[in-house]
Design a protein around this ligand. Sequence first.
Ligand code: TYD
Length: 206
Amino acid sequence: MKTGKFITLEGMDGAGKSTHILTIVAMLKARGVEVVSTREPGGTQLGEKLRALLLHEPMHPETETLLMFAARREHIAIVIAPALARGAYVLSDRFTDATYAYQCGGRGVDMYKIELLEQWVQGSGVNALQPDVTLLFDVPVEVSVQRLSDARTPDKFERENAEFFHQLRSTYLTRAANDPARFRVVDANQSLERVKKLVEEIIATL
Ligand code: TYD
């Protein structure tokens, strides 16, 4: 039984979401709730091994999709479900929306295959595991590409071309438009301070 809250953070590489995770953790902790901060792919010992492969090893897009869900299955079993069951707030840096954006939008994997895996791994119906809130950090593609070029050594996804990033962004925005009850779209193309304020306002409403 799930009693805590499941919050996910999404966006293109370079949208700055990692910067805001610490703010959210601090805000939630200040309210005295237990916070579990984690990430995908990863979050478990096995998941982090899969992450190393996923971020650096070339592979077929469907292999990539299957490994994302394999890591997710482990993550849910070992970290997410137990934390939610004991009433913690779980904050995950990416979750299944990223698979729709990157593997379906970016790589062209059939959406129905991702839906099947999502149901398998997260369940379906009223007991399905879904985020309660998803913060989507949105920036124009040019900004994302520019921020990435200023950053450290890029991984496999960060080396993709502009067309890939356009597909990511439009997939994310379409998903957000289709599920306004869950998504909060944060315009991340402004100063860090302003984005931080927006994030604080969203978290305060939870
Ligand atoms: P990211 O979360 O951006 O971490 P960092 O800030 O350290 O770069 O990196 C994870 C990468 O994995 C990112 O480029 C998106 C990709 N990814 C997918 O392609 N599909 C998924 O389902 C998930 C969770 C991530």
